[in-house]
Design a binder for this molecule. Structure first.
Ligand code: PAF
Length: 283
């Protein structure tokens, strides 16, 4: 696996591949890889003839009060794991490479970014859309794979690609979970042993919502009350949001009568966890 730190070199290699008729599949990450990322990388290997991972903890998507400085990092291990999967290039630019002196251009996606994480983290999606655009310009992928754990991020990227006529196929990948149901996340390492059982309430409450919908419950208020009660029971969890939304517009719905996103963000101690599922059929 080749390690590329420089934007110009990444572009040169991508252009050469394209000229040779290779198909480039890309997985953007912030590193500290877990099994979820590895399955995105495996999917990328199957999608293209060349696969690229980027590892870049993007300062632009963290508010000053958030965990940019303490975000877990282990580049050596990430490179080993990516190489084992058969990834062709690891693109690991520095912040100076990505945001050189004088940088002042951002990509802002509209309504789909306003609810859920966009409401709690107002600069988050601007940071994500901007860095993903820049990464696409460097890696020049034919296809890019994003996890569905960040469902709103996936919808935002799809919207951006469509709105800006970007020539990249966006592929969503199902959430990868630990054996106990906890959605995999680099931030799970923040959880203490005492917090771990509390964190499991997210996936358990999604399961409860699924049972309610299967039993005929359609009322969003009733479903969200049951979900919130399940998460709050026993204390130790603070709900940032629990919402039922249209899977394309990410606007709240009152009635579940078709594929509907149930999205959760919950603080367990100092860790903000997100999880989701689609109720009422496939999106
Ligand atoms: O999902 C992530 O890890 C990040 O938001 C992404 C897409 C790599 C952009 O920094």
């Amino acid at each position: 696996m080749r390690i590329v730190e420089n934007v110009a070199e990444m572009r040169r290699l991508a252009e050469a591949w394209r000229a040779e008729g290779e198909k480039i599949a890309f997985v953007p990450t912030m590193g500290f890889l877990h099994e979820g990322h590895l399955s995105l990388l495996r999917t990328a290997r199957g999608l293209g003839t060349k696969s690229v991972i980027s590892i870049f903890v993007n300062p632009a998507q963290f508010a000053p009060t958030e965990d940019f400085a303490s975000y877990p990092r282990d580049l050596r291990r990430d490179l080993d794991l990516s190489a084992k999967i058969g990834t062709d290039i690891a693109f690991t630019p520095s912040a100076e490479q990505m945001y050189p002196e004088g940088f002042q251009t951002c990509v802002e996606v509209g309504r789909v970014t306003k609810n859920l994480c966009g409401a709690s983290r107002p600069i988050f999606f601007r940071g994500v859309a901007t860095v993903v655009t820049k990464l696409f310009n460097a890696v020049k992928p034919h296809a890019a794979v994003f996890g569905q754990k960040d469902f709103q991020q996936l919808v935002t990227i799809r919207r951006m690609v469509k709105d800006l006529n970007m020539d990249v196929e966006i592929v969503g990948h199902p959430i990868v979970r630990e054996e106990d149901g906890l959605a995999m996340s680099s931030r799970n390492t923040y959880l203490t042993p005492d917090e771990r059982p509390i964190a499991l309430r997210l996936s358990r409450s999604l399961e409860l919502a699924r049972q309610l919908v299967n039993a005929g419950q359609k009322d969003a208020g009733a479903i969200l009350k049951a979900v919130s009660d399940r998460i709050s029971e026993g204390g130790g969890a603070v709900i940032d949001y629990a919402r039922l939304c249209n899977t394309e517009t990410i606007e709240d719905v009152e009635i579940v009568d078709g594929p509907t996103l149930l999205a959760l963000a919950v603080w367990v101690g100092k860790t903000r966890l997100i999880d989701n599922c689609v109720l009422g059929g496939e999106p």
